[in-house]
Design a protein around this ligand. Structure first.
Ligand code: NAD
Length: 345
């Protein structure tokens, strides 16, 4: 029998607590330590979740050096992604599962990618919406031809393209497979702009994403568009369309061949659509780990999707900055082009 997964959590805020709750539903995880620079947050988490045996740290370097855990969960703001991953590599951690977005600047993103390709520390990002039961059902329905061949998509992020758009881009890939993006262009407004997790976001964004297979997408953030849910994807196919929320809720549809199947999904409640997607994600990762290295290497939330998403988003910002379309892979960008756009206003 496989030993339990010795797990250390870095970041005991909102997401750290949700991941703890999700992991505790699976007896294969053993949370051996938690770390937060705010000692009270770490103590509160261990007390609230009954983690009596977990060690508490305020320095993740010290924790990783002393314990060398198999798995690290990184639930910090995006500025920390690279430094924590470097530590995991240094101290021989086998797998780091990180919060999204991938990084707050493209230089760090490229360095994380290099380490993921060259080191033995696996890397995954918590695009947990892939595990929502309704999103799984949408995949099945699309594969069965519910709307024929998908020819056009609209991608919606409620706010903040970097923070929310990563889920939306990933949602499409979860449905249609990893179709690479070849070219993007975009436009944005700064009025009403936000700063989340100390990372700037636009007021609103509208752009075009052209995929290598010829699929055309529009991408929107913060437009307050007239749509039942402001995050999600609308897919247009040769035999119908589906208007979907982030968790796979089907708001409206048409289908030449599979109307009754789509009506079935449209009747699901919000709760049925979302399910306990974080717990489902942790169960899936434990299954992968126990199925062997190859399966874990190719787990559905491996770093590639989150990297591809952040590359598309920084390319969209670079398109605005340079007033031109941008061909991927993105070159000549090290920071976050949105910061330059804001600075020159
Ligand atoms: N996957 C999703 O759907 C989803 C949803 C919401 C947020 N997020 C992402 O999760 C990340 C974390 O968000 P949050 O809401 O949990 O933030 P938070 O502020 O609630 O928690 C962050 C915690 O990290 C601690 N911390 C800061 N620096 C540290 C360090 N050097 N070492 C150890 N601990 C440190 C803070 O004290 C705090 O307790 C963000 O990047 C956000 O974008 C993801």
């Amino acid at each position: 029998m496989n030993p339990k997964i010795q797990t250390a959590l870095i970041g005991c805020g909102r997401r750290g607590r949700l991941h703890t709750a999700g992991m505790l539903q699976d007896t294969r995880y053993d949370i051996v330590a938690v770390c937060d620079i705010d000692l009270d947050a770490a103590k509160k988490l261990t007390a609230d979740f009954g983690l009596d045996n977990a060690k508490i740290y305020t320095s993740y370097d010290r924790m990783l050096d002393e314990l060398r855990p198999e798995l690290v969960v990184q639930a910090l703001w995006p500025q920390h992604r690279l430094a924590v991953y470097k530590s995991c590599v240094k101290y021989g951690v086998k797998h780091m599962v990180s919060e999204k977005p991938f990084a707050d600047n493209f230089g760090d993103a490229r360095e994380i990618r290099r380490l993921a390709l060259e080191s033995d520390c696996r890397l995954s990002y918590t695009h947990q919406r892939r595990f929502s039961p309704a999103n799984r059902k949408v995949r099945e329905l699309l594969a069965a031809g519910a709307i024929g061949d998908v020819t056009r998509v609209d991608l919606y992020a409620y706010r903040h393209l970097l923070d929310c758009g990563t889920h939306t881009l990933d949602q499409l890939w979860s449905y249609l497979g990893d179709i690479p993006v070849s070219r993007v262009y975009g436009s944005l407004e700064l009025e009403g702009s936000v700063k989340w997790f100390d990372v700037p976001g636009e007021g609103s964004f509208a752009g075009t994403v052209i995929y290598e297979n010829g699929l055309y997408g529009s991408i929107f953030a913060g437009l307050g568009e007239k749509r039942p849910e402001q995050s999600g994807v609308t897919l247009y196919g040769t035999k119908g369309y589906m208007e979907l929320g982030w968790e796979g809720r089907l708001y409206s549809y048409a289908s030449l061949d599979m109307r009754s199947e789509l009506a079935g999904l449209a009747s699901w409640s919000d709760g049925e659509c979302c399910g306990d997607n974080i717990a489902l994600m942790w169960r899936y990762l434990a299954d992968c780990r126990n199925s062997g290295d190859d399966v874990l290497d190719n787990n559905e939330i491996n770093w590639r999707h989150a990297y591809n998403a952040v590359e598309v988003i920084f390319a969209l910002y670079e398109s605005v900055r340079t007033s031109s379309s941008i061909t991927l892979p993105l070159e000549g960008v090290d920071g976050n082009p949105l910061k330059d756009i804001i600075a020159r206003k």
